[in-house]
Design a protein around this ligand. Structure first.
Ligand code: SF4
Length: 698
């Protein structure tokens, strides 16, 4: 409790997709405390990031003036700004000069080489309005669909499977419905670390009798509350899930009436899983056959069952297949479309759902309407008054490759940090260094901004107004609580200024005006005017009619597919792209830690969080550490076919034998220097969760 404050502002947390509502206490324009508010996703709860991660916004490292790369700056490339003076690389500039330099560099490439020589990365940390304006600028101003953001590294494969299977990439029910479920499966997700407030509802559900099944190659806290914990062999998800489906079909536990009325593809699934008996798959996935049968029966027989999943499912070259299995489980048992049932990919960033909805992806206009459909494109051309690119754009990793191939020469990056977040980091950084023109808009001089020609100082979450859509499809308003530092500006205003300098003629008075324009092309926001968001504090989309409650549970009456039926797509077992061998005998898997958010740009500048988790590490099982002749606390080298990094060795019983786990937020031990950029063929998501590695003392 803080007594010394002069203002309290209602807002939302800037970190994960749970979307906790906050009350932000300020004194003399500084945040002094963040408390939980009684929002629908958090009921006053906050995790350590939401509660103590606020002071990055008032860090002395904030960018306060536009920067332009000095003519005599060292060659771009894998420079490490931690060991350099900013003034050796950049000089301060006026906004006029910086925007002019940014715009002229981008338009020169567009005019000489065409719009497809440009690309943009927006951010899931930004608001819906920023995402909408950013993609509109890239599409309308550059004439290309080369626009993407970190959803490509997060749940792109889940979304591709969901769009194919149930016609919508969003969750079918909120995570709070776990309290209504008799059985909950959490697979490839670590909610106590990455969605901590959602995890509290899962734990609460088990106290009420819900059977929790946790499936993860690594051990985790949630397993203490679980009815069954399945630590399967990494990369064998399809074997394990198909064995469950086999049991459900073999023992006739499927819902015949539901399938007949609502799903197609059942017979093909039945045929496919014949080869996936639990007895046959037990050896493959490392889970005994009886346990596989028991969890299958528990899920299928329960009155209400839900499935939650995370990047342990999605970040594989077979990520779409993994999600197809989960969708098949729900469709054959009828565990979807009712309260306490459903499919819920736990979304990562606070606005990754909203940014995707707003069209910050290369294949869809806002609301997932295909850029390649001439009718839809015609509507958008009429609305935006420009001819638009008829071909879908490139995705995140494809854009990096296209830079190396000289097909893309300029980029505008807002709030993303691909120099830390992309796989095969040296390859990604070399691409950024190769660009003829790079404009970065951010609040810190990130590892990506090191490579920029122009850096535009932007607004932190705590300084701006905007809407954010959480993992539950709840749209909520984030509000400014403090002034911008120095000459930093609001992101939406920067996008508008840049767009106008690139030949557009935009005029917006404020954020609500942008939101209302979005509503004109996004049916998902029907009956959700800005005033209603203000009045209700949170509105779940879709809303069926004026004044109606939002639909927390969807697919109650069929699916938004062409024939109204869910589509079961059987999946085959495929090995990860790079499996261990004599040279690289271990499996490297990457992920997050509780205290740090993604690439660490914000949380490593939040004092409490940085004190709690101050340095990069690699974690291995104590048995494995001993086997390798190492000791916890050693500095070790972790090596893959893409590079070598050093890290502090941490002993962690949760890590499986033969595996090394590394978080990707530490720039002194940058895990993504090692990861495999090979993509899932459908979602185009890289295989962050599995590659071959070796370790040794540094
Ligand atoms: Fe913020 Fe997520 Fe933590 Fe809630 S659970 S406080 S949204 S980081």
């Amino acid at each position: 409790v803080v007594e010394d404050f002069d203002k309290v502002t209602d807002s939302v947390c800037p970190f994960c997709g749970v979307g906790c509502q906050t009350q932000v206490y300020t004194k003399d324009d500084k945040i002094v405390l963040v408390d939980g508010k009684d929002g629908p996703a958090n009921n006053n709860r906050l995790c350590v990031k939401g509660r103590f991660g606020f002071d990055y916004a008032q860090s002395k490292e904030r960018l306060t003036k536009p920067l332009i790369r000095r003519d005599d700056a060292p060659k771009r490339g894998d420079i490490d700004m931690r060991f350099m003076e900013i003034s050796d690389i950049f000089r301060e500039a006026t906004w006029e000069e910086a925007l002019e330099r940014a715009a002229s560099g981008l338009t020169k490439i567009r005019d000489e080489k065409g719009g497809n020589a440009l690309a943009g990365f927006g951010s899931a940390k930004g608001s819906n309005e920023e995402a909408y304006l950013f993609q509109k600028f890239i599409r309308q101003g550059f004439g290309t669909n080369n626009v993407d953001h970190c959803t490509r590294l997060c749940h792109a494969s889940s979304v591709s499977a969901l769009l194919e299977g149930v016609g919508s990439g969003a969750v079918s029910a909120p995570f709070t419905d776990a309290l209504k479920a008799d059985c909950v499966i959490v697979i490839g997700a670590r909610p106590t670390t990455n969605h901590p407030v959602a995890a509290t509802y899962f734990k609460q559900a088990t106290k009420n009798g819900t059977k929790l099944i946790v499936m993860d190659p690594r051990g985790q806290d949630l397993m203490r509350h679980a009815y069954a914990s399945l630590r399967f062999k990494p990369g064998t998800d399809v074997a394990m899930l198909n064995a469950m489906i086999h049991t459900i079909i073999d023992e006739e536990l499927y819902d015949v009436q539901y399938i007949e009325a609502n799903a197609s593809g059942f017979e093909a699934l039945r045929e496919k899983v014949k080869d996936f008996s639990p007895e046959a798959m037990s050896e493959v996935c490392g889970i005994d056959a009886e346990t596989l049968k028991d969890v299958a029966r528990t899920y299928a027989k329960a009155e209400r069952s839900m499935i939650f999943w995370g990047m342990g499912i999605s970040q594989h070259t077979h990520g779409t297949d993994n999600s197809r299995c989960l969708i098949a489980l729900a469709l054959i048992t009828g565990h979807v479309g009712r309260a306490g049932t459903g499919l819920h990919p736990l979304r990562g960033q606070n606005n990754v759902q909203g940014a995707s909805d707003a069209g910050l992806i290369p294949m869809f206009f806002p609301d997932y309407r295909s850029v390649e459909n001439s009718d839809i494109r015609g509507q958008m051309e009429d609305f935006w008054g420009r001819t638009l690119d008829p071909v879908k754009g490139l995705t995140v990793v494809e854009i990096i490759d296209a830079i190396h191939e000289d097909k893309i020469n300029g980029m505008y990056i807002m709030g993303e940090n691909p120099a830390m977040s992309d796989p095969d980091q040296l390859h990604a950084r070399a691409a950024l260094a190769k660009l003829d023109h790079l404009v970065v808009q951010d609040i810190f001089l990130t590892e990506t901004a090191w490579h920029a020609d122009v850096v535009l100082p932007a607004s932190a979450h705590a300084e701006k107004l905007g809407t954010y859509s959480n993992t539950n499809r709840q749209v909520q308003i984030g509000r400014p609580v403090k002034p911008l530092p120095g000459e930093a500006r609001l992101d939406w205003e920067i996008i508008v200024d840049l767009a106008n300098r690139c030949g557009l003629d935009w005029s917006y008075d404020d954020v609500p005006e942008v939101y209302e324009e979005m509503r004109q092309v996004m049916k998902s926001l029907d009956y959700m005017p800005w005033e209603r968001l203000e009045a209700d504090g949170s509105v779940t989309y879709p809303v069926s009619e004026e004044g109606a409650e939002g639909s927390a549970v969807v697919f109650t009456d069929g699916f938004p597919t062409e024939d109204g039926r869910g589509r079961i797509v059987p999946a085959d077992l495929r090995a990860p792209d790079e499996v261990p061998d004599d040279e690289f005998p271990m499996v490297l898997t990457t992920g997050r830690v509780l205290e740090h958010w993604h690439t660490g740009a914000m949380t490593r500048r939040a004092n409490v969080l940085d004190d709690l988790e101050p340095e990069g590490f690699a974690a291995m099982n104590p048995r494995e550490i001993e086997k390798q002749g190492l000791a916890a606390g050693d500095m070790i080298e972790v090596e893959t076919r893409r590079g070598t990094i050093t890290a502090l060795l941490r002993s962690d019983r949760e890590v499986a034998d033969g595996m090394v786990f590394m978080p990707f937020c530490f720039n002194e031990s940058p895990a993504n220097r090692l990861t495999n950029p090979m993509l899932d063929p459908y979602g185009k998501i890289p295989e962050f969760k599995f590659c071959a590695a070796r370790v040794g003392r540094a």
